[in-house]
Ligand binder design. Structure first.
Ligand code: HEC
Length: 129
C-alpha cells in the first residue's frame, strides 16, 4: 500500500514538474506561437470577409501581405532543421505569393486563395503540430 502511494506521489510530482518545465520553455520563446497567431488572425479576417461577402481587393491584399511577411519568420523562429519542415514553410510562401499575384478582387477568387493557403497551413500542421 505504502509503495503504491509513493509511486503515485512520484507520478504526480513528475507530471507537475513536466508541466512546469514545458510552460517555462514556452514562455522563454513566445515567437513561434506569436507568428502562428498573427497568421491566424489574418487568415481569420479573410474567412470573415468571405462569410460577410465583403471581398474588396484592398483588404484582401493587406491580409495576404501580412501572412506573406509573417510566414518568413517561421523558419528562423521555430528553428526546426528538418527538410520537410522547411519545405512546408516554403510551400506556404509559394501559395501566398501565388494568391497575391492572382490579385483576388471578388469572393470566388478570395475563396480559392484562402483554400490554397489554408492547405499549406494544414499540410505542415498534420505533420508538426
Ligand atoms: C512549416 C510549418 C507550419 C506552417 C506552414 C504553418 N504552421 Fe501553424 N503551427 C506549426 C507548428 C509546429 C505549431 C505548434 C506550435 C506550438 O505549439 O508551439 C503551429 C501552431 C499553430 C497555431 C496554434 C498556436 C498556439 O498558440 O498554440 C495556429 C493558430 C496556427 N499554427 C496557424 C497557422 C496558419 C493560419 C497557418 C497558415 C497561414 C500556419 N499555421 C502555417 C507549424 C506550421
Amino acid at each position: 500500500m505504502r509503495v503504491a502511494l509513493m509511486i503515485l506521489l512520484g507520478l504526480v510530482i513528475g507530471i507537475i514538474g513536466t508541466a512546469n518545465v514545458m510552460s517555462t520553455l514556452a514562455a522563454r520563446n513566445p515567437m513561434p506561437k506569436a507568428v502562428m497567431a498573427t497568421m491566424n488572425y489574418h487568415m481569420d479576417a479573410l474567412s470573415q470577409a468571405l462569410k460577410s461577402k465583403q471581398c474588396a481587393a484592398i483588404g484582401i491584399q493587406h491580409h495576404l501581405e501580412r501572412v506573406q511577411s509573417t510566414a518568413t519568420d517561421i523558419a528562423p523562429t521555430f528553428g526546426i532543421p528538418d527538410q520537410p519542415f522547411t519545405d512546408a514553410a516554403t510551400l506556404l510562401q509559394t501559395r501566398v505569393t501565388q494568391a497575391l499575384q492572382s490579385s483576388p478582387a471578388d469572393c470566388p477568387a478570395l475563396a480559392a486563395a484562402v483554400k490554397s493557403v489554408g492547405e499549406a497551413c494544414k499540410s505542415c500542421h498534420d505533420k508538426y503540430r
